[in-house]
Design a protein around this ligand. Structure first.
Ligand code: 5GP
Ligand code: ZN
Length: 113
C-alpha cells in the first residue's frame, strides 16, 4: 500500500518523532503551522475518521489521552491548543491515513479557513 504515514511508521521515510508506543506514533509536521505542530496517528492504517468502527474505536480515546499527556509534558496544557482532523475532500485531507494535528503555543483564529 502506498501510504506515506505507513512508510513513516515502518521507518522507510524519516520523521522527527515526539512519542511512540505499540499502537501510536507522534511526529512533527513537515510544514508546521504553529510553534508546536505535531501529528498523532494510529500505527495501524485507518483511512480516515470515516473508517472508525466498533472494532477500532479504542485507538481514538488512546490518542486523545496521549495528547493530554503530551500537552502537560510540552507545556501547553493550561495555555491551550487545537486538535484538528481533516476528512476527505471538503475537509482538505491530503494524507489518507487517519491523523490528528495538534497545534499549540500561539493564539489560534476562528473560524478556520
Ligand atoms: P492533512 O492535510 O491530510 O490533514 O495533513 C497532512 C499533513 O501531513 C500536512 O500538514 C503535511 O505537512 C504533513 N506531511 C505530509 N507529508 C509528510 C511527511 O513526509 N512527513 C511529515 N512529518 N509530515 C508530512
Ligand atoms: Zn497508512
Amino acid at each position: 500500500m502506498d501510504c506515506i504515514f505507513c512508510k513513516i511508521v515502518k521507518g522507510e521515510i524519516p520523521s522527527s518523532k515526539v512519542y511512540e508506543d505499540d499502537e501510536i506514533l507522534v511526529f512533527n509536521d513537515l510544514n508546521p503551522q504553529a510553534p508546536i505542530h505535531f501529528l498523532v496517528i494510529p500505527k495501524k492504517h485507518i483511512e480516515s475518521c470515516n473508517y472508525i468502527t466498533e472494532e477500532n474505536k479504542d485507538i481514538v480515546g488512546k490518542i486523545f489521552l496521549k495528547i493530554k499527556e503530551l500537552s502537560k509534558e510540552m507545556g501547553f496544557f493550561e495555555s491551550g491548543y487545537r486538535i484538528i482532523n481533516n476528512c476527505n475532500e471538503d475537509g482538505q485531507q491530503t494524507v489518507k491515513h487517519l491523523h490528528f494535528h495538534v497545534l499549540a503555543k500561539r493564539k489560534m483564529t476562528w473560524p478556520p479557513g
